[in-house]
Design a binder for this molecule. Structure first.
Ligand code: GLP
Length: 241
């Protein structure tokens, strides 16, 4: 694991954007695994800026998002579908056919999960996976559990996750209780992983993920076994490391 302590959110975001941009420049048809949440927002802004000002070309990039809430339509402003288009895809030249996000409105969850895994396999797996981290150590929506879930699956969200994400909704009762998430095996098969953490609320999760034992109770701890992980930790999130 390469650990970089960033001097603030801006620095974390710029460093992350440079890594993504480098990946796309070196391999224009890269398969990117993308994350949502507040952490990567400024990284997306910077990539949009690099597209407009420096011609960073996403026309051959393929993307797979980590997760989606079950029961939220694409048009719902709290869906990760909406987040990705609003914050990133609408502002770059990625081809719409190259964008993949789990369908949160599917009538057949198992089939949707199998379809998602099949499409990732058909694209040759993920070249660079971006990850945030939950305060409980989750990655994607892989919640603390007694085992690691390998493939794309339905998740019951932890109370801690529901509370943490309630800030985006009008009321906590509106936060979906279920989601579809890429599994740990798929994430671990990514050639490179970039984990971002911002804010003091992530300090404990980062410490447990990086320095404590590998356990499904802290899903991000599995990353200790990956051969090419860069962790960019904004300084207040690095308090315990
Ligand atoms: C959400 C997402 C994760 C994200 C995490 C942290 O629940 N499913 O992919 O990394 O929470 O979010 P934030 O960056 O807003 O703290």
């Amino acid at each position: 694991m390469r650990i970089v302590i960033a001097r603030g959110y801006e620095d974390m975001s710029m460093r992350a954007a440079m890594i993504v941009a480098g990946q796309v420049c070196l391999k224009p048809d890269s398969v990117l695994g993308l994350a949502t949440g507040s952490t990567p927002l400024l990284m997306y802004n910077k990539l949009v800026e690099m597209h407009h000002k420096a011609g960073l070309d996403f026309s051959n990039v393929i993307s797979f998002n980590l997760d989606e809430y079950l029961g939220l339509a694409k048009e719902d402003q709290n869906s990760y579908h909406w987040y990705m288009y609003h914050n990133f895809f609408n502002h770059i030249n990625i081809a719409s056919g190259n964008i993949h996000i789990p369908n949160g409105m599917t009538q057949d969850i198992d089939q949707e999960c199998r379809r998602y895994d099949r499409e990732i396999r058909q694209c040759g797996g993920i070249d660079l996976q971006i990850l945030g981290i939950g305060t409980n150590g989750h990655i994607g929506f892989n919640e603390p559990d007694i085992k690691f879930e390998a493939t794309t699956h339905k998740v019951k969200l932890d109370q801690e996750t529901v509370s943490a994400n309630a800030r985006f909704f009008a009321d906590i009762s509106e936060v979906p209780r279920f989601a579809i998430s890429m599994g740990i095996k798929t994430i671990m098969h990514a050639k490179k992983i970039l984990l971002l953490a911002n804010g003091e609320s992530k300090a404990d999760a980062i410490y447990r993920a990086m320095y404590q034992g590998i356990t499904p109770e802290t899903p991000a701890s599995i990353l200790q076994l990956h051969q090419d992980v860069t962790v960019i930790v904004e300084e207040s999130a690095s308090k315990y490391i």
